[in-house]
Design a protein around this ligand. Structure first.
Ligand code: PEP
Length: 259
């Protein structure tokens, strides 16, 4: 896959949308989406709707991702889904380590590491979520948390594989709460992530890395966040469930290209 056009805006539909609802939402997004030369759009529906969404967006330049995967290729793992299955259904991306997976399903950095490797073995680009909780932030532990998540979950990857990873900084206290990080708070962490990447993989890899912000992104705050130097796009939850708000965020994000 060639380099992605920035901004990159991904919509995580979580456990919302039946197949027909997903088809309708994807069709609305296709109808009103800006040209692929202005932004990369990734839709991340529930597993049941991936194939239908892929069919709906075909030829539009819009891309599709899964919300999770298991690291084995196949086997007696009831309820799980493999990279091969996601690929065949039409995915080019997969979310890994979303805070809801870490919080409700016990996902650890070690599991994130295995999932990222499995994704790369089958040419899926992982969108890896990292971020601190409110307690970490209050205790001044935000940057330490980010560092340990990157070191334990990702920095084992060889350079050519790491280049295929998209990072999503998602402060847990901002997800689904309506309370986004300020542009300054987001930039501080994004810049720190870029520095850590530079010291592990070098300046060139660091400059190319795509680092999304996620956590209560809305049309009203998207432009102020995207203007920050190290914010390359968004991972959007709630506001991606309606075409209108999702596309407004995409448009606000691509305005940053206008200078
Ligand atoms: C998310 O689920 O990754 C997310 C950022 O959700 P929301 O936009 O609703 O905060």
């Amino acid at each position: 896959m060639k380099d992605l056009v920035r901004p990159v805006v991904a919509g995580n539909w979580k456990m919302y949308k039946t197949i027909s609802e997903a088809r309708n939402l994807a069709a609305e997004v296709v109808k009103q989406a800006p040209a692929p030369s202005l932004a990369t759009i990734i839709l991340i529906p529930p597993f049941t709707a991936i194939q239908e969404v892929k069919k709906t967006v075909s030829k539009s330049g819009i891309l599709v991702g899964g919300q999770d995967l298991f690291w084995e290729e196949e086997g007696a793992f009831t309820g799980e889904i493999s990279a091969i299955q996601l690929r065949e259904a039409g995915c080019d991306f997969v979310l890994v380590g979303h805070s809801e997976r870490r919080q409700f399903f016990g996902e650890t950095d070690e599991m994130v590491r295995k999932k990222v490797q499995a994704a790369r073995q089958h040419e899926l680009r992982p969108i890896v979520c990292i971020g601190e909780n409110l307690e970490d932030r209050k205790n001044g532990q935000t940057l330490n948390k980010i560092k340990s998540q990157l070191e334990n979950g990702l920095f084992n990857l060889p350079e050519e594989e790491f280049r295929m990873v998209i990072l999503a900084y998602e402060p847990i206290w901002a997800i689904g709460t309506g309370q986004n990080a300020t542009p300054e708070q987001a930039e501080e962490v994004h810049n720190y992530i870029r520095q850590l990447i530079a010291s592990r993989y070098g300046k060139n890899v660091s400059a190319c890395a795509i680092i999304l912000y996620g956590g209560s992104v809305k049309p009203a705050n998207a432009f102020s966040l995207i203007k920050e130097k190290d914010v390359d796009g968004f991972l959007v939850g709630g506001a991606s469930l309606k075409a209108e708000s999702f596309l407004e965020i995409v448009r606000e994000a691509s305005r940053s290209k206008e200078g």
